[in-house]
Every structure is written in C-alpha cells, then in structure tokens.
Design a protein around this ligand. Structure first.
Ligand SMILES: [Zn+2]
Length: 64
C-alpha cells in the first residue's frame, strides 16, 4: 500500500513539474500584447517595441 502512495506522489510531482514548465510559455503569449508607436501610430508587438510603460516606439528613429 505504501508503494502505491509513493507512485501517486511521484506522478503528482511530475504533473506539478509539467505545469510549472508550461507557465513561462503562457507568459510569452501575454508579451505579444500590442502597443502603439507614439510617433507614427503603428501597432506593434510589445516585445518588438522600444520604450517604457507609458511611451512606445516602433523603431529607434521614432524614439528621438
Ligand atoms: Zn513609429
């Protein structure tokens, strides 16, 4: 009986490990949030945008 509990415990740990590993992938999807360039108004993914929380730019040229 104790072996069964041990096996279930291992399965539980593997399951938690898989869930933990999947979380960063979900965060990447959140980072695909679109932002608008403050200079030309074009919408670009936040990961490709240059700037801060308030102001975003599509390229270094538009930043200045
Ligand atoms: Zn721009």
């Amino acid at each position: 009986m104790s072996q069964l509990i041990l096996i279930l415990g291992i399965i539980g740990l593997i399951w938690l490990y898989i869930l933990f590993k999947r979380k960063p992938a979900k965060k990447e999807k959140v980072s695909l949030e679109m932002v608008r360039c403050d200079t030309c108004g074009v919408n670009i993914p936040k990961s490709e945008a240059i700037g801060s929380e308030e102001l975003w730019f599509c390229s270094e040229e538009h930043r200045t």
